[in-house]
Structure formats: structure tokens, C-alpha cells
Design a protein around this ligand. Structure first.
Ligand SMILES: [Zn+2]
Length: 278
């Protein structure tokens, strides 16, 4: 199945601006083809980018439940919320005002700017549903069903049942729970992928750290060798049998970057220096 969507649709699904979608096209992350009204991109490629963005964003927010609480409080502060204006006056934030604002293009725009990672982590459907939460509640609609339908129609990552998303949308309805029962394995496989990616990243980090350690040990050994050379000159021993032996050992072991050779050379150098001082 190779479905194509326009740039505006892709921007919504990724929670980014249209210029960002064009830059993704230029960078090669998305392949564009010419459509009747502008460029088209493949829906599956958009979802690949969305998943990658999600994995990256999840790395920045280890405690997703706390992050969800923070996002919810940003859009829906505990009521009544007093806002102190720049001239010092206090204004009580009206829920209906927030509702009206969120339904304007400006409000939607503010929502996207709320936090770059919010849409990446939870998907646009969940964040937009969060903005509509109070009106959905008034209408007696289930936020989970709403956001799932929104994702099906407009694209982007669909809501998955976890503690953090429940903080944002509240408790799911019976229909949602039944549906997740059927999709549980698929959802688990997705999270297993995220975790696998995380482990791989950590292993890569460890490898880099080890390489740096070896490089540092090698630099220490080089420094110690230079110090020994100086000590030999100062002591005027003219490369005694002992220092020659250590230098040979150094040449052999230096390549392995062993820290102990640096310590050996330091001690020999110190001994030679003491001898020179006497
Ligand atoms: Zn529901």
C-alpha cells in the first residue's frame, strides 16, 4: 500500500510546520512526487519519520507521566487559575475562554509551539484532543475514541494505552479497552522496538566511552615516555640498561594503551630524577 498525502497533511501528522516538511524533503528523509496541487509524500515515509521523532523525543523525557502532567497543566491549569497580567492585575482563567481560543487557528498554532516534543511523543491526535478535552466532556464523548478517530482521519501516531496518555486523556471507555485487548500484542511489539533501540544506543555510548579511555591511557603513556626521556637526559645516565628495558616495554605496550605502562614509566622517571638531584 503506497498512499500519498500532501505537505499540509504531512505537517499535521508530524506536528511541524510546512517549511519543516519541505526541509525533510530536501534532506532526503521524505521523497516527494509531483501532484496535481503541489508535492505529495508517501504516508508510510511520514510515519517512519514520526516514529523516529518519537523515539528521539522519548529519550529526552524519561519520566513520561511527569511530562504528561506538565503538558496537561499547561493547557488546562487547575481551576480556578489566576493569571497575573503584566500590569499586576489578576485575571481568573475561564475554561470557556480556553475552549474558544483552542478552536481558533491561533490557538492551534500555539498548541504546536507548546512543546516540540509533545506531538512527537504522544502524536498530534492526542494533543489536539487534549485541547478539546473540556468540550468533548461537555458533549459526553470519549476522548480516547475521539483521538483514535482523529488519527485515522488526519494521520500521525495513534494514541496507545499507557499511563502517560491516560494522564492526558483520562480513563478510556469500555470499547477502547476491548479494542486494546485485541491490539495488545502489536502495541507491545512497538514498545519492545523502542526499548531495543534504546539499548543499542546505550551500547554505542559505552563503546565510545571505552575508546576514549584507551585514547586517554595512550596519551598518558606518551607523556610518561617523554618525561622518562627528559629524566634520562637530566640524570646523564645515557640510557642505562634499565631505562632501555622500560623504553622497549613502553614501545610494545603503548599501542595497547595500557595505563600501567604510564605508571611504570613515571616511577622510573621519578627514580632517575631523584638520582640526578643527588
Ligand atoms: Zn472510548
Amino acid at each position: 500500500m503506497n498512499e500519498f498525502i500532501n505537505v499540509e497533511h504531512a505537517a499535521w501528522a508530524l506536528g511541524v510546520s510546512k517549511p519543516t516538511v519541505y526541509s525533510l524533503i530536501r534532506s532526503g528523509a521524505l521523497t516527494a512526487s509531483a501532484g496535481p496541487r503541489g508535492q505529495l509524500v508517501s504516508r508510510s515515509e511520514v510515519m517512519t519519520v514520526a516514529t523516529k521523532r518519537r523515539v528521539d523525543a522519548v529519550h529526552r523525557h524519561r519520566d513520561l507521566v511527569a511530562y504528561a502532567r506538565q503538558l496537561r497543566a499547561t493547557i488546562w491549569p487547575p481551576e480556578p487559575a489566576k493569571v497575573v497580567l503584566s500590569d499586576g492585575r489578576e485575571q481568573v482563567r475561564d475554561v470557556d475562554d480556553v475552549n474558544r481560543y483552542m478552536n481558533t487557528p491561533k490557538g492551534r498554532d500555539a498548541l504546536h509551539r507548546l512543546d516540540n516534543d509533545a506531538v512527537a511523543v504522544f502524536g498530534p491526535a492526542v494533543i489536539h484532543t487534549l485541547a478539546d478535552l473540556k468540550s468533548l466532556k461537555t458533549a459526553g464523548a470519549c476522548a480516547w475514541c475521539w483521538s483514535r478517530d482523529l488519527a485515522a482521519v488526519r494521520g500521525g501516531i495513534s494514541p496507545s494505552d499507557n499511563a502517560a496518555t491516560r494522564v492526558l486523556l483520562g480513563e478510556p471507555c469500555a470499547r477502547d479497552l476491548a479494542e486494546w485487548g485485541a491490539n495488545r500484542d502489536q502495541v507491545r511489539a512497538l514498545w519492545a522496538d523502542v526499548k531495543k533501540d534504546d539499548l543499542k544506543r546505550r551500547a554505542d555510548d559505552d563503546k565510545t566511552a571505552r575508546r576514549r579511555e584507551v585514547e586517554a591511557a595512550r596519551a598518558d603513556a606518551d607523556r610518561a615516555t617523554r618525561r622518562l626521556d627528559l629524566a634520562i637526559t637530566a640524570a646523564g645516565t645515557n640510557r642505562t640498561a634499565e631505562s632501555a628495558r622500560y623504553l622497549k616495554e613502553a614501545a610494545r605496550k603503548r599501542a595497547a594503551g595500557h595505563e600501567d605502562i604510564a605508571r611504570h614509566l613515571e616511577s622510573v622517571a621519578a627514580r632517575l630524577e631523584r638520582g640526578a638531584q643527588r
